[in-house]
Design a protein around this ligand. Sequence first.
Ligand code: HEC
Length: 174
Amino acid sequence: MFTPKLIAALALLALATGANAEGPRLGKTISAEELAAWDSSVMPDGNGLPEGSGTAAQGAQIFAQKCVTCHGEKGVGGSASALLPRGPITSINGGEKTIGNFWPYASTLFDYIRRAMPWQQPKSLTSNEVYALTAYLLALNKVIDEGAGLDAATLAKIKMPNRDGLIIRFPDRI
Ligand code: HEC
């Protein structure tokens, strides 16, 4: 009745039950401070924007130090994505989509720069630097005036040129 195979199976079952009793040991509970460093998402309505501010003129200087090597002078001609539109979007070709002609929310620009740029050193910019860079790129894209500054309140009010231009590809799936 108790064949070697059955005994082996029962032994495995006992082991597995023992391991479960101790829990899967996936880690420890994260503290509020640790979580805050990663909880950096900014919503389209501006929810999640930090304190701070910056002007397009300040952004131009930071761009020259930390961004121009990859994105080119004034966001054109670099090896990385162009940051200025070359014209309206005429096809599904991703290369035509840039901040001014595609991105629907300014908050996404802030969020993206803060979490991902500069490419080789993400999360290294201060909130003031990110506001300044966002202002600079929006001014270059003629979304805000060159002399304008940005903070949480003003950034949340910006309406991007393509906000109403996006269509839902599969409306029946939402
Ligand atoms: C070492 C090269 C490098 C540096 C320096 C760099 N970037 Fe980038 N950046 C990239 C690459 C590569 C992409 C495309 C990433 C992708 O598509 O996943 C990109 C994408 C972007 C985009 C999105 C463009 C779009 O429309 O999709 C923005 C905005 C941007 N970078 C801003 C900045 C800013 C601001 C700085 C300076 C603080 C900076 N980058 C510095 C390489 C760089």
